[in-house]
Design a binder for this molecule. Structure first.
Ligand code: GLC
Length: 409
């Protein structure tokens, strides 16, 4: 245990590039939005100053619109594609034109509760509020949070997007060279057809000059997503608590909470009886029981039927929680978001379960995560059936959740 604690801290400090942390060397050489929030939580366990700094660096790249970008290209690295020349957001430092799951307010609350640095919290608060306001203004469909690109959900190639992605015309993307498959086995990564469509959606946004209203109205991909909806709902609950700490009025935030609670129920797939992704363009559900479905507790929503699904899925894998239903037609134990276990998502799911009093499931998920890390080290993701490691090694967020959760008693 102690040895793994030391290794986890060494991964965080080793991936520190001075004020921001890369997810892992090589494969992901920049600052990623939600990875940074987890990195900040990890740093909070031993270096609160550095934890705040991670969030401050992230919000320094916030757009005037309030959006906080999904990648910040601090130092251009030819080993990653698509880089700033492709996104063309014309910003300094360069960024992508899309966002990622808003975990930052939840991270800020965690850090604050450790060191009570009111001044640093007060400086971040209006920025977090502006980001959440941007979601409320541009990204809600019937109260559920929509993604305009699969990368926004942070679950890049989840089966959730297959239906909506099939409608994306990628005939005009032309030639390009991927870099990810130079770092990691191609069988563990998205496929070429996925990448063609990722780029096609990116080009649409770029051609609008990254106009959020135009993207919401006419973008080729717009899907209401349970992970974004549940994570923003939770982030708003945490932001409301922080508003209280600072003596700020939380009325606007309470309004968003009510709207998101109603929005979450529009994601209920009555046929499968679970929370599902909904294609806004066609109105159809994805029919995908995924790890995002189990984030309801993290958002403060207890659901008996979801607990039954979770029990059943945990009964069918050696290591929970698989990112996609192991009995679903698209299940693949090693391919990215189509089956593998992701430690950070496990942390969020278990955090919610424990708060709702579902200790048995919360403990099982923590024990599984711990066993995967003890056996393999701090990999990006893991095979839920045989426990094999996958993706990048020495991963920041896997180390972070070890320090604050998986490696604790
Ligand atoms: C992948 C993941 C995404 C993560 C990024 C950096 O794109 O799907 O969730 O933020 O890698 O780790």
């Amino acid at each position: 245990m102690r040895e793994l604690d030391d290794r986890a801290r060494a991964i965080l400090t080793g991936n520190d590039r001075g004020g921001y942390t890369v997810p892992t060397r090589g494969l992901y050489p920049y600052q990623w939005n939600w990875d940074s929030a987890f990195a900040a939580m990890g740093f909070s366990a031993f270096d609160p100053d550095r934890a705040w700094r991670e969030l401050e660096t992230l919000f320094a790249a916030q757009w005037e619109t309030g959006m906080v970008p999904h990648i910040i290209f601090h130092e251009v690295d030819p080993g990653y594609f698509p880089g700033p020349d492709v996104w063309q957001t014309h910003r300094q430092p360069p960024t992508t034109g899309i966002t990622q799951p808003p975990v930052a307010a939840t991270a800020a609350r965690r850090i604050y509760e450790r060191d009570h640095d009111r001044a640093r919290l007060a400086a971040l608060y209006p920025k977090m509020l502006a980001w959440h306001r941007w979601f409320a203004a541009h990204r809600l469909d019937r109260g559920a949070v929509c993604i305009a690109h699969p990368w926004e959900a942070g679950r890049d190639n989840a089966p959730d997007w297959d239906g909506a992605m099939a409608g994306v015309d990628s005939s005009g993307v032309g030639e390009y060279t991927r870099r990810d498959t130079a770092h990691v086995d191609a069988a563990m990564r998205p496929q070429k057809i996925d990448y063609d469509r990722y780029l096609s959606i990116l080009y649409f946004g770029r051609d609008t000059g990254w106009d959020a209203a135009e993207i919401a109205a006419n973008g080729p991909f717009f899907v209401a997503d349970p992970s974004m909806t549940f994570i923003l709902l939770r982030a708003n609950r945490d932001l409301a608590v922080l508003a209280g700490v600072l003596g700020e009025d939380s009325g606007e935030i309470e309004g968003w909470i009510a709207e998101l609670e109603a929005g979450a129920e529009t994601l209920w797939n009555a046929d499968g009886e679970y929370y599902d992704s909904r294609d806004v363009r066609t109105g159809t559900f994805a029919n995908s029981l995924s790890c995002a479905s189990y984030l309801c507790w993290y958002a403060g929503i207890d659901n008996r039927r979801m607990l039954e699904h979770l029990r059943s899925v945990l009964g069918r894998v050696r290591y929970g929680v698989p990112s996609y239903d192991p009995e679903g037609p698209e299940f693949n134990a090693l391919r990215y978001w189509r089956g593998p276990v992701w430690g950070v998502v496990n942390f969020l799911i278990a955090d919610g379960l424990a708060a709702a009093g579902h200790e048995v499931q919360a403990d099982r998920i923590r024990a599984d995560t711990r066993a995967l890390i003890e056996r393999n080290g701090f990999f990006e993701y893991f095979d839920p059936l045989e426990g094999r490691p996958a993706g990048g090694d020495n991963f920041t967020w896997t180390a972070a959740i070890w320090l604050i959760w998986a490696g604790r008693d």
